[in-house]
Design a binder for this molecule. Sequence first.
Ligand SMILES: C[S@@+](CC[C@H](N)C(=O)[O-])C[C@H]1O[C@@H](n2cnc3c(N)ncnc32)[C@H](O)[C@@H]1O
Length: 262
Amino acid sequence: MKRIFTKITSKLNIEKGYYLKGRKFLHDDHYLEVNHKSFLENRKRPFRTGIINHLLSLFHNQTNYLEIGVRNPDHNFNLIKADKKYSVDPGLEFKSNPVDFKMTSDYFFKKLSSGKILAPDIKFDVIFIDGLHLADQVDRDIKNSLNHIKDNGFIVLHDCNPPSEWHAREIHKYWHTPAKHYWNGTTWKAFYKWRCEPGVNSCCIDSDWGVGILSKNQPIGNCTKNSNPFFEFQIFDETRINSLNLIDFKEFKALKLYDKHS
Ligand SMILES: C[S@@+](CC[C@H](N)C(=O)[O-])C[C@H]1O[C@@H](n2cnc3c(N)ncnc32)[C@H](O)[C@@H]1O
């Protein structure tokens, strides 16, 4: 009898421990602050789709659009207004994966460059990079995209403005952080690297987790001096307005770009 009683009380103590620890965690100031940052980011408008459609509307010739990383096409790809649209995804997150090229972006660009798919001289007006959100992959996607973008075209990147270091974690599946399932990965590092590249213009729309834009010719923002050579999050956090050339969509629309009338 005594043994059963001891067993029950120790089980209750463990559960009480779990409860107190969980309660403390959920009421932690930092946890609440990061939660609030996710909440604020989710309220920002427009979404990536509106921004991409605005960029495409600047061109009057037949427009070519490429999306790298599609998942469910109803969330973005199917809503894009372009004359010709192409999609690339190996199908890691959406089982039916109804895309044109069921492969990784590296393999797609390899085949494209060697003339095995599409026309060898094809150039896109907008390329949307939203595949694997790790810096070295995004860096390669940008480098490859620059070979296939028109001079006045735009390379668009989702998730360039992570609100906290937890959102910018490397491991997507680790959801036990204050950012929960929200994940921007380390895309910001690749975007920042190219922001520092002379000959590439860039800015980032402060909406939908940071919609980064790069262009060879369009005057969307001069390159910046590298003030964060080790890509440290805290430095990025303190300098994000300049590091990303962070602007709101209204400001972006007021920029004098080469458009259908130029
Ligand atoms: C964030 S989702 C894309 C969301 C979509 N672009 C949208 O706006 O709703 C990321 C997608 O990238 C795909 N992906 C992962 N690794 C990739 C790679 N190496 N190349 C291309 N796509 C990749 C995944 O399968 C997933 O469907």
